[in-house]
Design a protein. Structure first.
Length: 369
């Protein structure tokens, strides 16, 4: 039995379903891989199918065809990896083989990490036999990239890994999870960025904000279509905390999607009040909304809601809020005075601002429900 037939049987046994072998003109296959953005790839996703290069002739190619609908993203990535290994075996390329090994180690650790998260075991060191463990020494800066819609389903490990290494200027650890990509960057890589900024926690977080903005733009330029979100957390030391960090970043993404749907980059320290509101039981939320019932009605007005949200985002600074809204300062003051007249709440005072801010957050939660 040839290696390719053996591999086909192994995949069929795993999927518990037969695999189809289809034929395509060589020119059409080359055009398809070029359109996918990976002209040298052995695997392409197209119209709900995964097509893997099986045999190549002078004018035609044979493709292994897999329906993607019934398979998870992890299963599809593993199949892609197996097919790529099969191709490497027929067309040896030392550098490509090394890249495949990197991906295999990342998939292995990603599966282990996902299993720890699913089990709720968030305080467990990475096993010593995992190849990437040695790259998790020291202090790491974590990012979580997520695709809320199907637009991110076409993200390929090799392409994303290359993009990240180029952006950060060094080696990174990229782990594919069930729905996300965990990105770990050695904090030492950021030293060049730090030299250009002032010391202190505020400066560090401003630096991280700028890094995320650049990273998000870079990724969305490669995978156009929207639906991508990015979360970043504080640096951590010790691979035993990796699962807890991943869970924290997932919670940050969830809160961001609930409260700030138009934004795409989230940080846990900017969502502390939102986390508190989200933890309040439904009956207590409803009771609070009833108590401010006439005020919450005003929040249904889009202009009022946008004005208040921007006012709070700009730390209740009237001049900066007017600039951000592209309106005259007097126009903003008129809106604030009108809201005060109708509700009795002046958002320029601390106590009233807190009440209105809570009302805004609860409105978003109840509207979502």
């Amino acid at each position: 039995m040839t290696n390719t037939n053996w591999l086909k049987q192994q995949i069929e046994q795993i999927l518990e379903a037969p695999l189809l072998i289809t034929e395509m003109e060589l020119g059409a296959w080359n055009e398809m891989t070029k359109t996918s953005g990976q002209p040298d790839s052995a695997v392409v996703r197209e119209d709900g199918k995964l097509l893997g290069l099986w045999k190549s002739g002078t004018s035609t190619v044979e493709l292994l065809e897999v329906e993607t609908a019934a398979l998870s993203e992890r299963e599809l990535r593993l199949i892609e990896l197996l097919l790529s290994y099969a191709r490497d075996g027929r067309e040896p390329k030392s550098s490509g083989h090394s890249r495949r090994e990197d991906e295999a180690r990342s998939v292995e650790m990603g599966d282990w990490l996902q299993n720890q998260i699913d089990r709720g075991d968030l305080d467990c060191p990475v096993p010593d036999n995992m190849g990437l463990k040695s790259r998790l020494q020291g202090t790491m800066l974590p990012f979580l990239l997520s695709a809320e819609s199907s637009s991110g389903g076409g993200i390929q490990f090799a392409k994303l890994n290359k993009l990240l290494r180029s952006y950060f200027g060094g080696e990174i650890v990229l782990l594919p999870l069930k729905e996300d990509w965990l990105i770990l960057v050695d904090e030492g890589i950021l030293q060049d960025f730090r030299e250009e900024s002032e010391p202190g926690q505020e400066a560090e977080r401003d630096l991280l904000d700028a890094l995320c903005q650049g990273l998000y733009e870079l990724i969305t330029n490669e995978w156009v279509g929207g639906g991508l979100q990015l979360a970043a957390g504080d640096p951590f030391t010790g691979d035993r905390y990796m699962a807890a960090v991943a869970v924290s970043l997932r919670e940050t993404l969830q809160l961001g999607r609930v409260f700030y749907v138009t934004e795409h980059i989230y940080f846990p320290w900017k969502l502390r009040l939102e986390r508190l509101i989200y933890s309040i039981p439904d009956n207590q939320r409803s009771k609070f909304v009833e108590e401010i019932g006439r005020h919450s009605e005003l929040l249904k007005d889009e202009e009022t809601r946008a004005t208040l949200q921007t006012f709070f985002k700009m730390d209740c600074n009237v001049s900066e809020t007017a600039k951000r809204l592209y309106i005259h300062r007097n126009t903003l003051l008129y809106r604030i005075d009108k809201f005060k007249q109708e509700t009795g709440l002046d958002v320029r005072s601390f106590q009233d601002a807190v009440l209105v801010k809570l009302g805004l957050l609860l409105y978003k939660l109840t509207k979502r429900a």
